[in-house]
Design a protein around this ligand. Structure first.
Ligand code: NAP
Length: 352
């Protein structure tokens, strides 16, 4: 059976701040039947993840395309692969059956076909009684990134002083919750008074500040960390990274998860004081969540325990309809999202 598939594509490569007009909605014929003898899995998409890293795939030149199999180039006009949850329509792969829920790389569209795309990262999903959207963020790739980055890279100890930037964002809020559950002192930065209030009142941060209102980030961090920072979980790079390095303690650890402030403006690239790094023996490490897939079962089991014990809260921000993908994506770079940004592309409420 053939249907039409609507999907979102870029019109041309994007090298600055993305705008909604950089995207277009395309419609193409799409077969719901599996080609005879193929192992294709045809998926009806339900929820798709909206992630900052996609911008690096849309640039004319970016290191992400050369070094990460998770971030291949996005060509103008083509389907954009993205993390998400869907339902199997037809399968030539014996591991999947019609009506199975699946999680992994699908696309910013109504339907996806999984045929070895980006390493064929697709798994059968047991929702475990949670809403399907949880498996896009909290129990999905953002969660794994937060878990692996915090526990594997930062190697935290109870009582340590932890600073998290973009702390009300998808990865940031989860890192902060893991840190609080471990018994760390946690301070976060975010870009609005509403977000700061949320971090302090809902998530019980020891401190939070609106970085847009601060004129001297070095002094701000000194005020919140009079005894210095042991761990900095960096989501933003730029001047915040420089200020954090100035306030790190000896043997401090910096997990470089992302540098969103630099994605739209290379002129904002961080130049931390490297003498501090040397004399304080600071460890700075970049990492990719996708390198820690082996931790997925451990991460899910720990996180589910926290959720069921009421020790972890979900913070998600869901837009409705495929047409909202461009505005949802552009909004990440303007701080419009609060928590995990997701778009529900299916109208079938029974699946949501
Ligand atoms: P997110 O934090 O939910 O959304 C992005 C947030 O970044 C915005 O809400 C905004 O919050 C903040 N932001 C935007 N422009 C900024 C700027 N110029 N300066 C400072 N903050 C800015 O997104 P996410 O998915 O959790 O990703 C967070 C970071 O982790 C990104 O850098 C992303 O690329 C990275 N990441 C890395 C991996 C990995 O495997 N290494 C995986 C997932 C994500 P405010 O209102 O606070 O400004």
């Amino acid at each position: 059976m053939e249907v039409t598939n609507k999907f979102i594509a870029i019109k041309a490569t994007i090298d600055g701040e993305p705008q909604e007009c950089d995207f277009e909605l395309k419609v193409e014929p799409f077969s719901l039947a599996v080609k005879p003898g193929s192992k294709d899995v045809i998926i009806k998409n339900i929820y798709v993840s909206i992630d900052p890293y996609q911008l690096n795939r849309m640039k004319s030149v970016s290191s992400s395309k050369k070094t990460s199999k998770f971030a291949p180039r996005i060509a103008p006009g083509e389907v954009i692969g993205a993390y998400g949850v869907g339902k199997v329509v037809a399968s030539g792969n014996p591991e999947f059956e019609k009506d199975d829920y699946v999680v992994g790389i699908i696309s910013w569209g109504e339907y996806s076909i999984s045929q070895g795309f980006m390493g064929c990262w697709l798994s059968k999903l047991d929702p475990m009684g949670f809403p399907l959207s949880y498996h896009v963020g909290l129990l999905g790739f953002s969660g794994l990134t937060a878990y692996a980055g915090f526990f594997e890279i930062c190697k935290p100890k109870k009582g340590e002083k932890v600073f998290v930037s973009a702390a009300s964002g998808s990865v940031g809020n989860l890192v902060s919750q893991y840190a609080k559950n471990l018994g760390c002192y946690v301070v976060g930065s975010a870009g609005s008074p509403y977000k700061v209030k949320l971090l302090k009142e809902k998530f019980g941060f020891d401190g939070a500040f609106n970085y847009k209102e601060e004129t001297d980030l070095d002094s701000t961090l000194e005020k919140y960390f009079p005894e210095g920072i042991d761990i900095y979980f960096d989501n933003v790079g730029g001047v915040m990274l420089e200020a954090a390095i100035s306030n790190m303690n000896s043997y401090g650890r910096v997990a470089l998860c992302g540098v969103i402030s630099e994605y739209t403006d290379v002129g904002k690239r961080a130049a931390p004081n490297m003498l501090n790094v040397v004399y304080k023996r600071i460890m700075i490490q970049g990492f990719l969540g996708g390198d820690y897939m082996h931790l997925f079962p451990e991460f899910v089991s720990t996180t589910v325990d926290h959720i069921r014990a009421g020790k972890m809260h979900v913070l998600e921000d869901i837009s409705i309809g495929l047409e909202s993908v461009p505005s949802a994506f552009v909004g990440l770079f303007r701080g419009y999202n609060v928590g995990k940004k997701i778009v529900r592309v299916s109208n079938d409420l029974e699946d949501c």
